[in-house]
Design a binder for this molecule. Structure first.
Ligand SMILES: [Ca+2]
Length: 299
């Protein structure tokens, strides 16, 4: 545990110094949530998987969808969950969050092949391989990728909010490592310091969660949309929280841990941060495609 805090403190110091359906376009304007939505309480993986199937049917959309550049997505149903956990530093205080809209989330971290297909540029050459997660990306690099992807598909792709990320990663689980709380459980779902050989690995080689998402824990740390504020969830709204207030050093939230880091930092509730203008070999991302919901589809 001492190492975990040390790594966290180092990160802060650095930042302070520093369906299987076929490809098709899916424009997705943001729309208000149905006013009578009664969110499912996602308190078990089985319930999460059932809600995913039910919402796919309700929306007449596939559970799994592939876009025009081959990026695969899983449908994430709206729902309510307990975000956070009791942790050593009091940064993860448990609180109830309700997400009111369904969305698609990348099944994998964005890969080098996908990055080059969207931007027509080579980026990082660290840990080469087409199926490796793209790395060494700043938050701004990610915005450039999203802009190019949105132009290509005439859609509204974006980063997940921190709440969306944790909700999707848990997929109904209350365990630290999604499939359990022990080290063998983390081994099943993540590349981390204990099994990665200090290297990135091709995406999708570890077990998925109940929503069908891979590598939410470990491999690359994943940028989120929110500015990082350690106290945000003490004042955040219950529904669809997102911190848009810039902090002094423009920290953005990072989630999931990475291949260089120990198990404590790869817990599903762990909150990390980094300056948006900085990049590292262990930082990448995955993307959200919002799904428009007609009011008649509400409950
Ligand atoms: Ca990851």
């Amino acid at each position: 545990m001492r190492r975990a805090i040390g790594v966290l403190a180092l990160a802060a110091t650095l930042a302070a110094g520093a369906g299987c359906g076929g490809p098709k376009a899916m424009p997705a304007p943001e729309t208000p949530p149905p006013s009578d939505t009664a969110a499912d309480v996602m308190d078990s993986p089985a319930k999460a998987a059932a809600a995913q199937r039910a919402w796919a049917e309700r929306l007449n959309r596939p559970v799994e969808w592939t876009n025009s550049v081959g990026m695969r997505f899983r449908l994430i149903p709206p729902g309510e969950f307990v975000m956070g956990a009791d942790d050593l530093m009091g940064l993860e205080t448990p609180h109830v969050v309700r997400l009111t809209r369904p969305f698609y989330l990348g099944m994998h971290e964005v890969t080098r092949r996908e990055w080059e297909a969207v931007t027509s540029k080579t980026h990082s050459t660290f840990f080469p391989g087409e199926d490796m997660p793209i790395n060494f990306v700043t938050w701004y690099h990610v915005q450039e990728f999203l802009s190019a992807l949105n132009k290509k598909e005439k859609a509204g792709y974006r980063l997940p909010t921190e709440a969306e990320w944790e909700y999707a990663a848990r997929a109904g689980s209350s365990s630290s490592f999604i499939v359990g709380n022990a080290m063998p459980d983390l081994d099943r779902v993540a590349w981390y310091a204990g099994n990665s050989g200090n290297a990135l690995h091709p995406v999708g080689r570890k077990e998925s969660n109940a929503f069908g998402l891979h590598d939410m824990l470990g491999n690359v740390w994943e940028w989120c949309e929110d500015f990082y504020d350690p106290e945000y969830y003490g004042i955040s709204p219950r529904e669809d929280p997102k911190n848009d207030t810039a902090t002094t050093f423009r920290y953005r939230s990072l989630r999931g841990g990475a291949m260089y880091f120990n198990a404590y930092l790869c817990r599903v509730s762990h909150r990390a941060w980094y300056q948006e203008s900085r990049s590292e070999k262990h930082i990448g991302f995955r993307v959200v495609l919002p799904i428009a919901v007609e009011s008649s589809e509400g409950r």
